[in-house]
Structure formats: structure tokens, C-alpha cells
Write a protein that binds this ligand. Structure first.
Ligand code: EPZ
Length: 426
């Protein structure tokens, strides 16, 4: 096993380029199943989750070939409708093949994804919406059996919560249903907008991208496409917090600043100076880190995937802040690890009271999940002494060349061999 060892105190400066968004690329791979033929997706990050999704798609009969940061998916023949337990357990996002399999084959058998370290990760909204499209849903022996032997019929679906995954599955199923589907209270994330652009390029007829009401006119056939994945706003935000912790100036390229509006507003309130270009953000901080409250919400609210990184910044602010996690029910696990480094954080339900410490001190910590692990590495950048972060497979699932990119900005950081056991991903 490997760990990340980081020695704090180095200022960071320079330019880092982010890759395509993990949380879009994985869904585009699934959507490619709808179109018989060869689809090419550029700007796809080289991360473990993409390898896992390639395994899922390949197992359904659509082989995936990587050519650097491009994937070539041959979905000419999709001859299986089952996503097996051992793969779904590795990556719960595999559930996103439900919609395209129903659109292509009229059938899907996907292992129940289960929960993970940040929450129960329910899929009731996915299943209720698919039922409204006429899909018969059964669950047995840990699998979801979904069938639409006579095809799916458009429906008006109101989501209790703007779930990203539910919106995506219903987009892909609705695109192949007979008639019109309307999704109310749909998710508005940039990754959803990227998926809609991809589906429309394939021949779908979807309007309302980026709004809460999406209207889909079903079509009977899709064509393969070539598409570039939207830049990863969360990877970008992670490096911007690193710059805010260590000073900068750091330029993060490959991201649309408008996809980070609230994150940039919070970093500015915390004392960062920010300038933007069409596809980049530059951040530097000379003065103290000011305490700023934040509450996570679905897009365009403050992203839950930036909550651990922002809490790390607040852990060394010159005052007290309150961070509220409204999206997942247990996304504060990493705060205990941050406490081992001297952070003063009190958790009360969905709220964390963060009393800024003058400085954190390096310590051995364990990554509980993807973003919590990245946040612990950021903490190590600013801590006094050395920090070793274990269970880094969580981090490698979602960040390509994370250590190299931080080293390129001047961090004293390296991968080291260790004997840590594996935790459970999400
Ligand atoms: C996606 O997860 C992302 N993952 C998450 O990123 C991200 O945090 C999340 O969206 C919110 O932005 C991928 O895209 C692979 P949700 P998803 O459905 O689709 C509840 C990361 O770090 N819910 O919007 O699973 C659910 O329990 C990961 O990159 C239901 O109750 O998110 C959760 O509390 C972590 N029933 C909330 O909604 C449902 O049917 C948000 O879930 C579906 C969801």
C-alpha cells in the first residue's frame, strides 16, 4: 500500500491544469451505451473510477480503449444488461448504467450500490422516477431488476430533492422513452449540463439544461459522438484552497470560473485575492485567513464536494466559523482526523463549529473518503512538520496526479510505501 507524506510550510505558486470532471465523464461513458457505434470522449481523467467504469461498460459488451486522455468506446454491440456486485461495490456510481441500459435493451440488472462513508446514498428517487416512465422495478438478492419490455413512456416527474444521479438516470431513460418527459426540481450542476449537451449531440431532444425544469422529447435512435468533458470544478476548487492556505499566486487552468461562483465568493470573503480568465482562476493571499460561514446546497449553492477542503481552510482562520452540511448526512468524518492535527472542531448534527487554530501540526491520518482525504493532504501543506495520509486509494479514485500537481506548485510532498489496509470507497 502507499501513503502520501507532506511536510508543511512551503509557499505554493505557479500554474496547475485540472482534468475533465470525474462526475461528468463517468456518466458520459454510461450514456455512450445508448448509441450503436464508436463514441470518443476527450479530456477524460486517468483515475481509478474511470478504470472501474470502463470495466462496467466493457462487461456490458462495449469495449473501452484509452488513448492518453481520450476514451474510445465501441458500443456497436451491448449484449449484457448486468452490472455485477463486485464492480458496483467498488464504485456506487455504476448505478448510472440503469437509464442507458433501459434505453438500449429495455432491461437492466444492477447490484444495489449501498451506502458509504459519507451517507446512505439512497436511490429511491431514481427508482420512483423510472417507475413513472413505465419501468417495472424489483429488488432481490441485492440486485435491482428493471424491465421495460414494451419500452418506456414519457411522464412528468417531480424530484423530492434535486438529486444529481436521479436526474442523470432519468435524463438517459427519458431520452429513449416514447413521448415527452418533464423533470421538475432537476439537478442543475455543470456536469448535468455536460451530459445534456452530450445526449443532444447524440440525437436526443432535451431543453432546460442548468435549470430546475428539464423537458425531454424521446427519440428512437442515437448516433455515436465525439465530445470533450467539462473541466473539473471540484479538482480546481481543491487547488484553489491549497493556494489560499499556502499563499500563492497559483493559477488553476482548465476550468470555467462561472462553475465556481460561490466557492470563489467564499474564498474572497476569507481573504483571498482572485482574478479570472475564460478558462482559469488565479488566487493569492497575503493577509490573514478570515472566518467565513458556509452551508452546502445543490448547485448553484456551495458544493458539498468542497466542504472538507473549505473546513480545512477555516481550521486555520483567525476566528470561529460554522459549516453546515445539507446534502449528505455524515460528511464530517474527516473532521476527527483533522482534530488529530490540532483542529478545534465541534460537530453538532449537520453543523460543525470550527474554531480557527493558529497552526495545525503534522500527524499520521487516514483518508475516510475521496474529498476528506484530499482535505487532509491540504491540511498537511499548511501544518508544522510532517503529515502522512493513509488509505489514499480514496484520493486516487478522483484526482489524477494529485501528488505531482501539488509538487509542481512547490509542495514538499511524495508517495511513500506503507502497510495501511483498504477502507470502503463511495
Ligand atoms: C453525485 O453523487 C456526485 N457523485 C457526488 O460526488 C456529489 O457529492 C453529489 O452528486 C452531490 O453533488 C458522482 O457524480 C459520481 P445525489 P449522487 O443523488 O448522484 C440523497 C465526489 O466526492 N438521495 O445528488 O449520489 C442522497 O442520499 C462525490 O465526487 C436520495 O435520498 O448525489 C444524498 O443525501 C461524493 N435518494 C443527496 O440526495 C435518491 O434517490 C444527494 O445525492 C438519490 C439521492
Amino acid at each position: 500500500m502507499q501513503s502520501i507524506r507532506v511536510t508543511g510550510g512551503n509557499p505554493l505558486s505557479g500554474t496547475v491544469t485540472v482534468g475533465g470532471a470525474k462526475n461528468s465523464g463517468l456518466k458520459l461513458m454510461a450514456a455512450a451505451l445508448l448509441a450503436p457505434g464508436v463514441t470518443t470522449i476527450h479530456n477524460m481523467p486517468d483515475i481509478a473510477d474511470v478504470d472501474t467504469m470502463s470495466e462496467v461498460i466493457g462487461g456490458l459488451g462495449a469495449p473501452v480503449r484509452r488513448d492518453e486522455h481520450s476514451l474510445v468506446i465501441d458500443a456497436t454491440t451491448v449484449d449484457s444488461f448486468e452490472a455485477p456486485y463486485e464492480i458496483v461495490a467498488k464504485m456506487r456510481a455504476s448505478i448510472i448504467v440503469l437509464g442507458p441500459l433501459l434505453g438500449r435493451l429495455g432491461r437492466a440488472r444492477v447490484a444495489m450500490p449501498g451506502g458509504c462513508n459519507i451517507g446512505s446514498r439512497k436511490i429511491d428517487l431514481h427508482l420512483r422516477g423510472l417507475s413513472q416512465l413505465g419501468v417495472q422495478i424489483a429488488s432481490e438478492h441485492g440486485y435491482i431488476e428493471a424491465t421495460a419490455p414494451h419500452g418506456m413512456r414519457g411522464a412528468s416527474i417531480a424530484l423530492d430533492f434535486p438529486s444529481v444521479g436521479a436526474t442523470e438516470n432519468l435524463l438517459m431513460a427519458g431520452a429513449a422513452a416514447w413521448g415527452t418527459t418533464v423533470i421538475e426540481n432537476a439537478a442543475r450542476e455543470p456536469e448535468i449540463q455536460d451530459l445534456i449537451a452530450f445526449l443532444n449531440a447524440m440525437g436526443a431532444r432535451i431543453e432546460g439544461a442548468g435549470t430546475s425544469t428539464i423537458t425531454i422529447e424521446g427519440v428512437s435512435a442515437f448516433s455515436p459522438v465525439t465530445h470533450g468533458v467539462v473541466g473539473d470544478r471540484i479538482e480546481a476548487g481543491t487547488f484553489l484552497v491549497a493556494a489560499a492556505l499556502c499563499g500563492g499566486p497559483v493559477t488553476v487552468a482548465g476550468v470555467k470560473p462561472e462553475h465556481l461562483d460561490l466557492v470563489l465568493a467564499k474564498l474572497t470573503a476569507a481573504g483571498a485575492e482572485i482574478s479570472t480568465g475564460p478558462d482559469e482562476v488565479t488566487l493569492q493571499r497575503g493577509g490573514p485567513i478570515r472566518p467565513v460561514d458556509a452551508a452546502t446546497l445543490p448547485y448553484p449553492g456551495f458544493p458539498t464536494d468542497m466542504q472538507p477542503q473549505f473546513m480545512t481552510l477555516m481550521a486555520v482562520a483567525n476566528g470561529t466559523s460554522v459549516i453546515t452540511e445539507n446534502v449528505f448526512e455524515s460528511r464530517f468524518m474527516f473532521a476527527d482526523e483533522l482534530g488529530r492535527m490540532g483542529a478545534d472542531i465541534t460537530i453538532e448534527g449537520h453543523r460543525a463549529l470550527v474554531r480557527g487554530a493558529a497552526r495545525l501540526s503534522g500527524a499520521p491520518v487516514i483518508s475516510p473518503d475521496l474529498r476528506g482525504g484530499a482535505a487532509l493532504v491540504l491540511a498537511g501543506l499548511a501544518a508544522e512538520g510532517a503529515t502522512t495520509v493513509g488509505d489514499i486509494h480514496h484520493i486516487m479514485r478522483g484526482y489524477e496526479s494529485f501528488v505531482d500537481k501539488l509538487a509542481g506548485l512547490g509542495a514538499d510532498i511524495a508517495l511513500i510505501d506503507s502497510d495501511e489496509g483498504e477502507g470502503r470507497g463511495c
